[in-house]
Design a protein around this ligand. Structure first.
Ligand code: AMP
Length: 282
């Protein structure tokens, strides 16, 4: 594995291997790698001459200091997983200072309102942090293609918007959600769940699946209330939001329009551990 902890040696190395026609695939992550991350890497390896993966727990996208402190950091195990997948992967695991150069603050972005819904509403400042780090990483790595999971669908739309509003030349590619055997969306945060919590968290995707079925005949309001009620008496879960939104604008669906694509989004706490998931509805 080629591992770089600083942007200067990384960019020098990339310059030395790149020719005018070579493509660079890029997979930004916060580490604690699981099969979902590895699926993104596999796609990048297939579609590009070189694949760069970043592992960086970005402090400015955490609105909750406890969540940042408890975020799993497992660099050695991550390196092992990537080496087993393909030892040619180029890893960039920078320090906070290498990225922020002494000023760990985010820039302010306008994503045409995408940032004001769901994750943006409940995690103030989150998408300014995401915009700041993704833009910085794109400037350093200069990828041809960048791979993002649909699990963070709002983030994917925001990164696409950022690229369309700047002159960054990168194709942003969305990848399907990788799930555990019980259909719980894979997440680094799942590591913090007990075995029982992890099993019971299967209800999140089960609920989304039933919501999808119900949305065929019922309104968004009806389905939303049904989901809220179904978690109301469940002591293990604390529903933060369930929203049915237009995929393009992320605005909540009030009246159904058959020409629009809708998606359900959920954020839910299981014993203080925040999990998100999403499903396409039509
Ligand atoms: P993270 O390390 O959680 O910031 O995620 C890094 C990238 O992996 C993001 O683009 C995520 O959307 C993506 N990702 C995380 N979990 C999954 C999953 N279960 N399936 C597919 N992609 C995922």
């Amino acid at each position: 594995m080629h591992i770089f902890y600083g942007k200067a040696p990384l960019t020098a190395y990339l310059k030395s291997i790149k020719t005018t026609n070579s493509s660079i695939g890029f997979v930004p992550t916060m580490g604690a790698l699981h099969q979902g991350h590895l699926a993104l890497m596999k796609k990048s390896l297939l579609e590009n001459d070189f694949t760069v993966v970043s592992i960086f727990v970005n402090p400015t996208q955490f609105n909750n200091p406890e969540d940042l402190a408890k975020y799993p950091r497992t660099l050695d195990a991550d390196v092992e997983k990537m080496t087993a997948l393909n030892p040619e992967i180029i890893l960039y695991a920078p320090t906070v200072d290498d990225i922020y150069e002494g000023e760990t603050v985010s820039k302010s972005f306008d994503f045409d309102g995408l940032e004001n819904q769901m994750e943006g509403k409940f995690r103030p400042g989150h998408f300014n942090g995401v915009g700041t780090i993704v833009k910085r990483l794109f400037e350093i790595v200069e990828p041809t293609n960048a791979y993002f999971g649909e699990k963070d669908f709002q983030q994917l739309q925001i990164v696409k918007k950022m690229v369309s509003k700047t002159n960054l030349k990168v194709n942003v590619i969305g990848c399907p959600i990788f799930r555990e055997a019980n259909n719980l969306a894979m997440s680094s945060r799942n590591e913090r769940l007990s075995t029982e919590e992890r099993e019971k968290a299967a209800i999140i995707f089960q609920t989304l699946t039933v919501a999808k079925e119900k949305f065929k005949t019922k309104s968004a309001k009806w389905v939303t209330e049904w989901v809220q009620k179904s978690f109301e008496n469940n002591p293990l879960f604390d529903l933060e939001y369930f929203v049915i939104a237009d995929e393009a604008t992320l605005l909540p669906c009030s009246t159904k329009n058959k020409n629009k694509k809708y998606r359900a989004f959920i954020a839910i706490f299981v014993n203080n551990i925040r999990l998100i998931d999403t499903i396409s509805l039509n």
